[in-house]
Design a protein around this ligand. Structure first.
Ligand SMILES: [Zn+2]
Length: 131
């Protein structure tokens, strides 16, 4: 393998994903190549840093994170107008909308009345047949 091919396989070498002959070839190249040896060191440090992060995120740091976020949220002042709108205008708008829907969809008694009258008319008088 060339130096470039070795560099492309350094992660696999570190993760033990190479077959025995490829592993031996990369290992012997690492003994001779300072650049690849340096890359392996950087990859190991990166891997260590990545695997360290979840351990650092224990419950105390999570609570501290939540506390910091909540402190920032509370620090960002909400204007009195926004408080008023959230507390009164939104429910009032919802109530008005519900009233509008109720008015449109619930049939009114004075609209039903002519239908009731028509329904009670004798069928013969409508057809023009004299009794
Ligand atoms: Zn190399």
């Amino acid at each position: 393998m060339t130096h470039e091919q070795i560099q492309e396989r350094l992660n696999e070498w570190l993760d033990g994903e190479l077959d025995a002959s490829a592993f031996a070839e990369v290992s012997s190249h690492l003994d001779a190549c300072a650049a690849c040896k340096g890359d392996v060191l950087r990859l190991r440090r990166l891997g260590a840093a990545l695997f360290k992060s979840p351990a650092a995120a224990d419950s105390r740091s999570t609570e501290a994170f939540v506390a910091r976020v909540m402190a920032r949220v509370e620090a960002e002042s909400v204007s009195p107008w926004e408080k008023f709108a959230a507390r009164f205008l939104a429910p009032a708008f919802g109530l008005a909308l519900a009233g509008l829907i109720f008015t449109i969809y619930v049939p009114r008694a004075d609209i039903d009345a002519p239908l009731g009258v028509v329904a009670s008319v004798d069928a013969d008088s409508v057809l023009g047949v004299a009794p």
